[in-house]
Structure formats: C-alpha cells, structure tokens
Design a protein around this ligand. Sequence first.
Ligand SMILES: [Ca+2]
Length: 142
Amino acid sequence: MIRKTGVALAIAAGVLGVAALSTPALAAAEDGQPNLGEFVLFDAQNYAGNRYDTNVDVVAYTGKVFKSAAGVAAGAVNDKARSIANYHQTKYVHTYINFGGAAGGGGAYITVLPYQQTSGSLSWAYYDLESFDLALSGHEFI
Ligand SMILES: [Ca+2]
C-alpha cells in the first residue's frame, strides 16, 4: 500500500466545465444533484456521468452508489470515481485511496479546497484524478 500521508495531488486546477450549481430549496444528499455543502464524486472525467453527493464524512465507499441526475442508482462508488468537486463553501476535503477509518486518514489523499477556491496546484475541483483515478475509497471534511 502506498503511504504518502500529507501528499497533495498536484494537477492542473480543473475548474472548467463544472456544471452550474443549482440550489433547490431542499438540498438532499445522495440524490445525484450537487448542492452547496456537499462533496461530489463523478464516475466520468470532466464532471460528467453519474454522481455521488454527500455532506458527511464517509470512511469507506463500500455500499455507496452513484446516481444519475434523475436520482437513479447507477453503480458502485468505491474505486470508480474519475473526477471530483467540493461544493462546501468553508470546509476542505481530503479524499483517500485508503481511508481505513483512521483518524486523519490512513493513506495518500487529494486535498480539495472549499467551493470555487484555487491555490497553486490545488483546486476545489479536479476534472482528472491522474494517479488517483479509479482508486478513491473514502473522504473526510476538514
Ligand atoms: Ca445533493
């Protein structure tokens, strides 16, 4: 297992192409719709395909499913994410190859900035996960 605690994924800021955010009166998690306060994983690059949207820490994606924009279940999340975006306006997200439930996470992770923020090679959204492609297994809000 690769252990690079603290390593930040250094890829080009992938802020282009993120769909416009809608803010319905009732913003539900795990409904296939990105909403403020949620961390969203997509099963295709460039924020395309099906989504897994959640507003809580998830130690393991086992049992979690992507949903279409219409809210229809569309496949397992674990090790299947290909792009990500953080719609939480104040919290960072660390998303891991192997979270494992350890405090502070257990393995290599991507640092995801709060909604619409970028800093150097870090961003609130990554359209391509490079070495983390098809490998994410959990996340925590920081
Ligand atoms: Ca949602």
